[in-house]
Design a protein around this ligand. Sequence first.
Ligand code: BGC
Length: 718
Amino acid sequence: MFEKAQWICNSLESVDVCPVFRKVFPLGKTIEKAILYASALGVYDLSLNGEKVGRQVLAPGWTCYDRRIQYQKYDVTRLVKTDNTLEAIVAKGWYSSPMPGWENSEDKIARMRRHTGLIVQLDISFADGTDLSLVSDSTWIWSESPLRFAEIYDGEVYDASFSSYDWKPAAVFDGPTELLFSQEGEDICEVGWVAAREIIVTPEGERVVDFGQNVTGYFEFTVDAEEKARLRVTCAETLDSKGNFYNGNYRSAKAELVYIAKKGRQTFHPILTYYGFRYIRIEGFDPSCRAEDFTAIVVSSDLKRTGSISCGVPDVDRLFSNVIWGQIGNFLDVPTDCPQRDERLGWTGDAQVFCKAATYNFDTERFFIKWLKDLALSQRPDGAVAQVVPDYLPGGEPSAAWGDAATICPWQVFQTYGDRTVLENQFPSMCRWVDYIASTTKRKNLWIGGTHFGDWLGLDASEGSYKGASRDDFIASAFYAHSVRLVVKAGKVLGKDVSGYERLYGGIVKAFREEFKECLTQTEYVLAIGFDLAADRKKAASELAAMIARDGLSMKTGFVGTAYLLHVLSDCGYDDLAYTLLFRREYPSWLYPITKGATTIWEHWDGIKPDGSFWSASMNSFNHYAYGSVVDWIYEKAAGIGHSEDCPGFSKALIKPHPDKRLGWLSATLETRNGRIVSSWECIGTGVRYDISVEMPAEVTIGEKVYEVGPGTYVFWS
Ligand code: BGC
């Protein structure tokens, strides 16, 4: 592929204006098929004869560009005519945007200096049996375009009145053709449209459009305007306590659009950027514009929905909806922490804690396969896993529970979908990660030392710290055990000799029990029990339950502990307490943000505090999926949908619902690789009715009774 195509660019000095490249070509013969291949250093928007090519946006997507760059393939047979104009606008995208906002490392500066480029090949087969391959080369021309600026954090400047095209020959350069590979992840597409709810005039007199839902993507508007009228749109996720526009939490990201209008009625949406927003402030717009003139366009990796949950408590339904929106908004080719501020990075820890829920909500197999390959590619020579993938923080220290994404995500993807490919791909990377730990620790069989994020945002943190009170060495050693165990399991699936890792695992468990005789925090208990490290599981669980009670029946866990908390409680017979935590509405809890109007999952339990003030703007995302991991407990424990590790992909389902009167009823559906599972229950009087439907063999456990069933629909009572 691309053997004859050349990389082209506008000129060698870096400029902000986005170039448009053009090739005009006549075709005298009848065409049978036309296939277009394209990629860019940056992001491209391609059109043939004025029509957008394909559904994808922000192509070629985001990979470790210095190791591999995706290209896309489009069937353009329908678009080719006798006289043709092929055009592509290219912008910085993730390739040369100033990411992350707060750093000034040499690496970042070098990335920002990278010049954008384009590569294209159009293969045409004619009806007479002949072929033609048309490629990007020095015969292409380029000009400045109406897109005066486009970048991930700051948004766009678009001049619709621009007409001074000045076409010059494109420059050819020696680009990384050998790094190109056919797209592996899902297409990034416009996946939804949200109509504006209303236009508000804030107490400060600003006009703000409310879409009623925090989304990721961009906004479209239709306006009547004068030639060269200057319109400005700025994004926000929330209003402040007085109802004024607030985007302090975007930090240095401008997240805006400056639009220079042409005369008359026009419709526009940004092209080569994206934003996270529920509100947009509009400036320069005609006072007569109405809510109907605005639509939010949702941009995401185009994932098929596979899981759904509904129940008798509307706020829990809203919680689930918030998780879904958070996943849509942050699964944009890479699992990102957030879509709004000057960050939007593939944080490994966030992806790891949310991975299970993600694989149930949507079909994420391709998505994770692609991202995990980048994780492996960006592993350092000693096996250390980057904090973020693609690695835009190369100076960062590898952290426990973040780097463990290397083992946890592949294992989860295999468990949910049942295909070994992900393990085959990742096994060397999994081993390298645990080998790294062995090489870096200060004490054999534990992970002692290092710099970690700890139980990030745990509520038992000391004043001014983001790290919960759980000990770094405890968390790191617990995850070391967990990861080594996953390496053993994966190795066995693949038929590898993992006896060395088995011995290592035994050694870690022994050393862990000797070193950490007691647990000091909720998260420490959760990890000790959840990873089978507690010598006396029953005792540890009752101590955890007592600690939660002492803490006012509320959790103190951060990113690390929260993901496992309810599972551990349910597994040890504390369903009641798990539900109590789920239903809690006061801060800190999953439902508290909902009482404050949240439409996505927040980074902090109290992003908006009970008195209406904000958590510090220095780190306060309102669309951060990590705590959304709770929905995997709803699927697996409340609805009881599961499988044994020997039946990955749900080849045989294990259904064991855990009903609770306070929830009233629950219905969960999961589309698995082996068919659909529906698990519903309803509390009626003093009993419970269960409606279970499976398309594979299943073992259904209702109370103490176990039923072996084949595909079918079943009703049980208890
Ligand atoms: C990100 C997190 C991430 C963390 C690492 C934050 O800035 O938003 O979600 O995991 O840093 O500590």
